[in-house]
Design a protein around this ligand. Structure first.
Ligand code: CA
Length: 224
């Protein structure tokens, strides 16, 4: 079993390496995000332990980049206690598990074993409607060859509409699934749909997001 540790804090990296080697793992250590990314793409590992806060390239970016390149090695993210970690974002980028520092080595070992046993996990499927393509793991949106830059909220909104492509989706559904806030005013949904249209439809002279009067919206399966 070969494990890659990407961690810039020397003491933690050393303790992890020694602990894992004592358990019979072969261990490589990268101290920066770009070196970790390089190793993980060049070599084959059974698991990657990836620190979130790293010099020059943070753990989210490393994780997303690996998944984008089709590398499905299980990833455990290490995060600081002060709440710099967004669990949803971490899992969205393709991490399989996460552990908050300081952690007990015994717990890490157990979780690592479980992760390796489970093997490479399936990535959420790529969603498409005609030439409009959304990749939830890589967090990218394309219209044809164009990469479209979406804010996290716009991305979630489009993802939900694409998830239910061809179906009418009520504003209430969107409020519950995209904002998780029952009190939210429906006009906010309208505003965000407007933002999305300006990015995915108007520049291409398309109309993928249809308004259904009195209900909400429908994403045209043909991409508009
Ligand atoms: Ca760090």
């Amino acid at each position: 079993m070969r494990v890659l540790i990407v961690e810039d804090e020397t003491l933690i990296a050393r303790a992890l390496r020694e602990g894992l080697e004592a358990e019979g793992y072969a261990v490589d250590v990268s101290e920066t995000g770009d070196d970790g990314l390089w190793r993980a793409t060049e070599m084959s590992y059974d698991a990657i332990i990836l620190d979130l806060m790293l010099p020059n390239m943070n753990g989210y970016v490393v994780c997303r980049e690996l998944r984008k390149q089709g590398i499905t090695t299980p990833i455990m993210m290490l995060t600081a206690k002060d709440g710099d970690f967004d669990q949803a974002e971490g899992l969205d980028t393709g991490a399989d598990d996460y552990l908050t520092k300081p952690f007990s080595f015994v717990v890490l070992l157990a979780r690592l074993r479980a992760l390796i046993r489970r093997g490479p996990t399936e990535r959420p499927p790529i969603l498409s409607a005609g030439d409009l393509v959304l990749d939830p793991s890589a967090r990218t949106c394309h219209r044809g060859d164009d990469l479209i830059d979406l804010t996290p909220r716009e991305f979630s909104l489009l993802r939900y509409l694409m998830h239910r492509v061809g179906e009418p989706v009520s504003k209430q559904d969107l409020i519950e699934h995209v904002w998780s806030d029952d009190e939210l005013d429906a006009s906010v949904v309208q505003v965000y749909v407007g933002y999305l249209r300006r990015k995915i439809d108007e520049p291409y002279d398309r109309a993928a997001i249809e308004t259904i009067r009195g209900i909400g919206y429908r994403l045209d399966a043909s991409g508009g």
